[in-house]
Design a protein around this ligand. Structure first.
Ligand code: GH3
Ligand code: MG
Ligand code: MG
Ligand code: MG
Ligand code: MG
Length: 315
């Protein structure tokens, strides 16, 4: 029926499907002491395919928020025993910023100051009770949509669009935290600089598009060679950097040399021609006074690797 109405109906259908798929992944916590209203609210949200959790007061809500990291929206009543909605909102904001978790206040008391008080404490939105079902549905959906777009923008600002690796700016920001943590907790870290060999030759011989493809393949191999807790970034055109934590000392050189070999073994074929790709790697394992110093040290070793004929690891 929908589909017969033409392209606009198709758009509507596909955005509805996208919303259902998205909402399936999102938990909404309904905080309400009235069993009747809580139950009704849950049912409405379930029609939107949200995963709905319930709490009878602010204290119970805080406990759930600590336990379940998938909660993105909190719908909260004002008047509740133990902890009211204002206090709950203020408590939530101590741990969860408003661009990562939406708080929507609700109250039946017909007092216009209630919405102002909710917003003042950091709520994203407010709904009067009794609410119209459609208003509840769309306020929750819009709040989720906004959080989603913010997350997308944040992601785009820290990642390199071509490879999906972290960008240079994020490397130095996140790296500074990793480094400070390593210093404080006495965690063993190593920093590696990696650079594709004779890449100008790849561009000159096979063209820029093939060059881009090579960068993507190398980036993918790099990403797959380290743990989630390690930091892998594209720091320049065909230059990459890694901070790896708690890598076993004896296995370390082998790990980087295996990576070097994996790149050499990559089979990149364009128009029937196999593109030869190798990288040089410089690694430092000594915790210096700053991340910059460690990066400089690794870069020095990368230079040595280039001088020693490329396609090798200097550690
Ligand atoms: P070496 O072994 O000494 O590293 O030689 P090289 O040719 O790789 O030298 P260099 O690092 O100076 O050159 C890197 C080249 O990478 C220069 C630049 O045109 C190219 N490049 C940088 N970013 C990109 C990119 O995003 N795509 C493509 N296709 N080429 C890029
Ligand atoms: Mg109440
Ligand atoms: Mg160079
Ligand atoms: Mg190079
Ligand atoms: Mg380079």
């Amino acid at each position: 029926d929908y589909i017969m109405k033409g392209p606009h109906a198709l758009d509507l259908l596909s955005s509805t499907i996208a919303r259902v798929l998205r909402n399936n992944e999102i938990s909404v916590l309904v905080v309400e002491d009235s069993n009747l209203i809580r139950e009704a609210t849950r049912q409405i949200l379930q029609t939107q395919h949200f995963n709905v959790l319930e709490a009878k007061d602010g204290l119970a809500a805080l406990e759930q928020l600590r336990a379940d990291r998938s909660i993105k929206v909190v719908l909260t009543d004002y008047n509740m025993p133990n902890m009211d909605g204002f206090k709950l909102t203020a408590e939530i904001r101590k741990s969860f910023p408003m661009d990562q978790m939406a708080v929507i206040g609700m109250s039946a008391q017909g007092n216009p100051m209630l919405s102002a008080q909710f917003l003042k404490r950091g709520a994203n939105d407010f709904i009067n009770k009794p609410y119209f079902e459609e208003e509840l549905v769309w306020r929750v959906n819009q709040n989720v949509e906004i959080l989603d777009r913010i997350a997308q923008l944040r992601d785009a600002s820290i990642k390199d669009a071509m490879t999906g690796l972290y960008n240079r700016r994020h490397f130095f920001e996140a790296g500074a935290n990793l480094f400070a943590n390593a210093q404080r907790e006495n965690i063993d870290i190593c920093v590696a600089m990696l650079d594709i060999d004779h890449f100008k030759h790849v561009n000159d011989t096979y063209g820029h598009a093939t060059g881009d493809l090579v960068i993507k393949e190398v980036a993918q191999t790099l990403q797959n060679s380290f743990r989630k807790s390690d930091l892998v970034a594209r720091i320049g055109g065909e230059e990459f950097v890694v901070i790896a934590s708690n890598m076993e000392k004896d296995a370390r050189f082998g790990h980087f040399d295996d990576l070097r070999q994996k790149i050499e073994d990559l089979l990149i074929v364009v128009d029937g021609e196999t593109i030869p790709v190798t990288i040089s790697i410089g690694v430092t394992e000594t915790l210096a006074d700053s991340l910059d110093e460690m990066v400089r040290e690794a870069d020095g070793r990368l230079y040595q690797a280039k001088e020693s004929g490329r396609n090798c690891v200097i550690m």
